[in-house]
Design a protein around this ligand. Sequence first.
Ligand SMILES: Nc1ncnc2c1ncn2[C@@H]1O[C@H](COP(=O)(O)OP(=O)(O)OP(=O)(O)O)[C@@H](O)[C@H]1O
Length: 251
Amino acid sequence: MSGGNLAVRGLGKAYAGVRALDDVSISIAAGEIVGLIGPNGSGKTTAIDCVTGLQRPDTGTVELDGTDVTSWRPDRLAHHGLVRTFQQVRTFESLTVRHNLRVAALGRRPRSRRLADLVRPDGKDRALRARLDELVDTFALGPVADRPAGQVSYGQRKLVEFAAACVVPPRVLLLDEPVAAVNPTIGNLIRDRIRDLNAAGTTVLLVEHNIELVVGLCHRVVVLDQGRTLAQGRPEEVLARDDVQEAYLGG
Ligand SMILES: Nc1ncnc2c1ncn2[C@@H]1O[C@H](COP(=O)(O)OP(=O)(O)OP(=O)(O)O)[C@@H](O)[C@H]1O
């Protein structure tokens, strides 16, 4: 995998009078894990939404490996290796866990190949089946792989969502609270998978309230407060700052 540099400059976004982001700039070098943290409502999800094309920023630009991708649609960004997960899981509830991964895999292919794969009998689709088996295995989803996603635990659905984002290893992965409301076993599994992906070359932007996870994983953190960048730097140094602690207590 090559590339994975993300440069966000001067991002601004307002929702009906609420200034969610104000002149936010974040640069992430290929291979980094950067934490985007801050109190509730500080603009973290809005930042991810603007970077991944779900929201159109009012101001600012997003560059992926030097290409201006501002306001590109999410599927176009995914084809260029920029992928996200959501704070609230978005699995297809009536499809099995394995089928959810298959849909994600087909979604990452060019349209022409997607159609061919959909009509191809499952048995001939060996490479895809092998990749799905591998994901089921590494995300510990074996026991529930053939159950509808709507019938597995919330933590397992978080794993499905994460695994779906990795069907093709992304160049840049944006994770929106991947361990929120999951048990420690699943939380540790998710932490390990983030490490593995990063070791294989994926750049990661991690939005997370679990500070232990952030400190354990991130090379740098960026702190947002009321839509503005309050601080950035090494996790231990930034978290020790009085203004950062005050922002959290006030949030
Ligand atoms: N679709 C929307 N319409 C109106 N206001 C919104 C919308 N989305 C977010 N906001 C507001 O924008 C601000 C930033 O919200 P955002 O969800 O980006 O923060 P956050 O840091 O991700 O919060 P949390 O940690 O609670 O998930 C908040 O004041 C929020 O109420």
